[in-house]
Design a protein around this ligand. Structure first.
Ligand code: DOR
Ligand code: ZN
Length: 431
């Protein structure tokens, strides 16, 4: 068991300052603590906001097979430094996480590293090929206890396969997370289909490729009575579909990435492939729709889609560059910039979209819990007044493909605590 931790003067959910005593992995006391227990680590948290630890439903840790981009160890470091206590590792690895053997390997390695809870996402289809269902039940029953399945990077395009996957998901009480992109509509696509792509001569990725798959999948989820989660919503039109489906009682949830809250396709005029991502950066109409939908709860949560890539496949000509952006260490700051500063979310709202809702969507009982006595001591301390300049080379990830290079962003994670153990403090991880 780790030593007790005394946090003094923190503001839970941005409220009144108080002390929190963490002991034996749980929150033992909230309120003024006169003396620190013997051997306790004391964290002076005057001015800091305390939130439940962040949960990322969409992280690419790249291991196995992509260890030149990221490993479970380096990705876990980036996560802990970014305030996360739990990440869901996407299965587009090599080998693909489409079997009990691979998901168990990822889960075990995550436990060995021990900085965050690493939950493997299982593939929906064998090899992400979209043709044959993977053994969802075997992965769900493995020690990794897979709760979420996705072919992320690829869309489960065949409607019959998607229908069967949702039927299994309903029976197994797990979630299908769809990368909504009709591949027939995005053949050769390089950028959001619109004025900027037209001017640059880049083949367009129409927003309807997302909207139509989400509409179809909501109908299939309704029929199967299954839980559908829509990954990285990017278009104003998709929001309308989600709103209608939720109103009709479909079990659908969704996420938005920090980059789709902030960045637009006007950045593409630089031709810098750091801005290439899938789904693509869209327009200011879309970023505004993402912010409003997140504030309203039509989009449930924020997920990073942290997608590290080494320079040789990212820092090259636009058409050849891989899509994807780093996200774990900048997520909170981008959320504060886009949602808290304009008054669209308060700190309770931040807790909801970065911790409580993602934990609920994935069916986790040990994350996203309230900051209350007797609950697990899994929390994040944030300095709301900090301002920092993003430098890719200083991030913990092996890769450096951050689209925020040189940007000054508000708010910083000061400490992260997982079940009473400090995993990161003052920009350093504790292994
Ligand atoms: O930009 C992206 N990168 N979108 C995806 O769907 C996959 C991801 C990756 O794995 O790099
Ligand atoms: Zn995706």
């Amino acid at each position: 068991m780790s030593a007790p931790v005394l946090i003094t003067g923190a503001r839970p959910y941005g409220g009144e300052p108080t002390d929190l005593l963490l002991r034996d992995g749980v929150i033992a006391q909230i309120g003024q603590v006169a003396d620190a227990p013997e051997g306790a680590e004391v964290i002076d948290a005057a001015g800091l906001v305390a939130l439940p630890g962040f949960v990322d439903l969409h992280t690419h840790l790249r291991e196995p097979g992509g260890e030149d981009a990221e490993t479970i160890a380096t990705g876990s470091e980036a996560a802990a430094l970014g305030g996360f206590t739990c990440v869901f590792a996407m299965p587009n690895t090599d080998p693909v996480a489409d079997s009990a053997v691979v998901v168990e390997h990822v889960w075990r390695r995550g436990r060995e590293v021990g900085l965050v809870d690493v939950h493997p996402v299982g593939a929906v289809t064998v090899g992400l090929a979209g043709a044959r269902l993977a053994e969802l039940g075997t992965m769900a029953a493995s020690p990794a206890g897979v709760r979420m399945f996705s072919d992320d990077g690829m869309c489960v395009h065949d409607p019959l396969i998607m229908r069967r996957a949702l039927e299994y998901a309903s029976a197994l009480d797990v979630v299908i997370a769809q990368h909504a992109e009709d591949p027939r509509l995005t053949e050769g696509a390089q950028a959001h289909e619109g004025a900027v792509a037209a001017r640059l001569g880049l083949t367009g990725w129409p927003a309807t490729a997302e909207e139509t798959i989400v509409a179809r999948d909501c109908a299939l989820a309704r029929e199967a009575g299954a839980a559908l989660h829509v990954c990285h919503v990017s278009s104003v039109h998709t929001v309308a579909v989600l709103r209608a489906a939720k109103a009709a009682g479909v079990r659908v949830s969704s996420e938005v990435t920090p980059h789709h809250l902030l960045l637009t396709d006007t950045l593409l005029t630089s031709y810098d492939p750091v801005n290439k991502v899938n789904p693509p950066l869209r327009t200011a109409v879309d970023t505004k729709a993402m912010r409003d939908a997140l504030a309203e709860g039509v989009i449930d949560c924020v997920a990073t889609d942290h997608a590290p890539h080494p320079a040789q496949v990212k820092d090259c000509e636009w058409a050849a560059a891989r899509p994807g952006m780093l996200g774990l260490q900048t997520a909170l700051s981008v959320l504060v910039h886009t949602m808290v500063e304009p008054g669209l979310l308060d700190w309770r709202g931040v807790a909801r979209v970065l911790s409580e809702r993602p934990a609920e969507i994935a069916g986790l009982a040990d994350q996203g819990r309230p900051l209350e006595v007797g609950e697990l001591a899994t929390l994040t301390l944030v300095d709301p007044d900090a301002v920092w300049t993003v430098r890719g080379s200083e991030l913990a990830s092996l890769a450096a493909n951050t689209p925020y290079e040189g940007m000054r962003l508000p708010a910083r994670v000061v400490a992260t605590v997982l079940r009473g153990r400090v995993t990161a403090r003052d920009g350093k991880v504790r292994t």
